[in-house]
Design a protein. Structure first.
Ligand code: BJW
Length: 225
């Protein structure tokens, strides 16, 4: 069981050029991202939601991990399975930096989910609705991401890890979205020390034993060293 649990959010990928959700530029074609990333939006206007994810998939191909992702991968190389990264991000920048123990609690941009059979598949093309599912053949694919009102992935493994952690570190997340925003309280309840690394105080900043504010690309390598 990992002793060191790190939660990451959009802020860790910001310096790679991936826009965050709630900062000033957190808009896409004039929509609030929260209004596009919902099951209701997918039912109402599937082409717009697909275009939003196709655009993000295309943009992901042009960005690279930054020193914060690299520092976490270095840390994993040093401590092995004692480190678990839980990410709310759907990008693959932790993996591209070399991290192997990563849980994507809000899904993955490069996967598709079949709404008919529940199969999850690697996907790097445009997610138009016509292709059939590789498992069941029905054309009912959607982005394999977790929208508001849906159950995040891996919650059992996350709860077990938080209960055993000696140190919980939250990096680049606003603390506005649950259940991830509640992980600090879970870790505290089970006796972990808690540290926040974020550009500014998050909504739950006061819950951490220690908070350091600045860019993840500076703070994370300095913390790992
Ligand atoms: C930097 C930086 C730099 C910038 N360096 N830092 C009322 C009360 C409580 C809960 C609810 C409620 N009403 C509804 C709910 C539940 C709801 C929720 O939390 N809503 C809130 C809005 C209140 N949650 C859900 O529905 C979740 N499911 C759920 O609860 O299921 C039931 C359940 C029951 C019991 C147990 C468990 C579950 C599902 C949430 C799904 C979220 N989905 C999204 C989209 C994913 C797909 C996609 O990417 O398109 O996930 S929304 C979006 O927000 C995305 C993110 O992962 C998530 C969090 O955002 P994040 O990462 O924190 O980004 P930002 O932009 O908010 O913050 C960035 C931070 O970085 C900022 O602080 C910056 O300062 C900082 N930063 N540059 C360091 N260079």
């Amino acid at each position: 069981m990992p002793q060191l649990v790190v939660l990451t959010g959009a802020g860790i990928s910001a310096e790679s050029g991936v826009p965050t959700f709630r900062d000033a530029d957190g808009l896409w074609e004039g929509h609030h991202v929260e209004d596009v990333a919902t099951p209701e939006a997918f039912e109402r206007d599937r082409p717009t939601v697909q275009r939003f994810y196709d655009a993000r998939r295309a943009a992901l191909a042009g960005v690279a991990p930054n020193p914060a992702h690299q520092a976490l991968a270095d840390l994993e190389r040093a401590v092995g399975e004692d480190l678990l990264v839980i990410t709310q991000n759907i990008d693959d920048l932790h993996e591209r930096a070399g991290s192997r123990h990563v849980l994507h609690m809000h899904g993955e941009l490069l996967k598709a989910l079949c709404r008919t059979c529940g199969g999850r598949y690697a996907w790097d093309g445009e997610l138009v609705s016509e292709p059939g599912c590789p498992g069941c053949g029905v054309a009912d694919l959607r982005p394999d991401v977790v929208w508001f009102g849906e159950m995040p992935y891996e919650l059992d493994r996350i709860a077990a890890a938080l209960s055993k952690a000696d140190l919980f570190v939250s990096i680049g997340t606003s603390g506005a979205v649950y259940p991830a925003a509640g992980f600090v309280q879970h870790a505290l309840m089970y006796g972990a020390r808690t540290l926040e690394l974020n550009l500014e105080p998050s909504e739950g900043s006061h819950l951490f034993h220690e908070a350091r504010h600045g860019r993840a690309g500076d703070l994370v390598p300095a913390w790992v060293r």
